[in-house]
Write a new protein. Sequence first.
Length: 200
Amino acid sequence: MELIPHSTQKILIAILKYAAQAPTITMLEETLEMTHVGVWKALKKLETANMVILKATGNKKNSIYTSHLNWDNPLVAKTLVLALEHEATSQRRWQANFSELKDKVDFLILYGSMLVSPQKANDIDILSIVSKKHISGEIEDVIMKVQKTQLKQSHNIIIAYAGLKDELKRPNIAFVNAIQDGVILFGQDKFVAFIQELKQ
């Protein structure tokens, strides 16, 4: 059972994944392929529910609004974790294939052409975020094992928790896009905590 409507979940996830900035309504429209009215109505409902804070960039009636998650509401983090877990169910195949990484990474992101056009994709792009030291070898061993069962090449980037923060703050567009367009296969709770820490 969903705590909030699916369309509203999508907006919350989109705001979360704009790791390097606070998205405007126009940015959310483009990301979610929704109408301006649809996004605005959903945001106002989230604002009423005390889950989102809308900030005007000026004092005029037609000011641009940016969207911010209200981390002071404990339901925000819980709802986001549930929404990300729901989103990941669309990639059960890859959750199964990379299941051995679940306990080795803080969180794992599937991104790139595999999500957009699986049949035409040349490789499987994943991003492994780790806080444990000396875990890279174990992760590579799992990737090599998975590779033996796949026709497409697996391309894995391993990056430390602190390193990813630095890349997003620059911002490094490659990492920004991987998070914004990717699916969190494992560690949704840690991903939410990571973004919360980054944005506060």
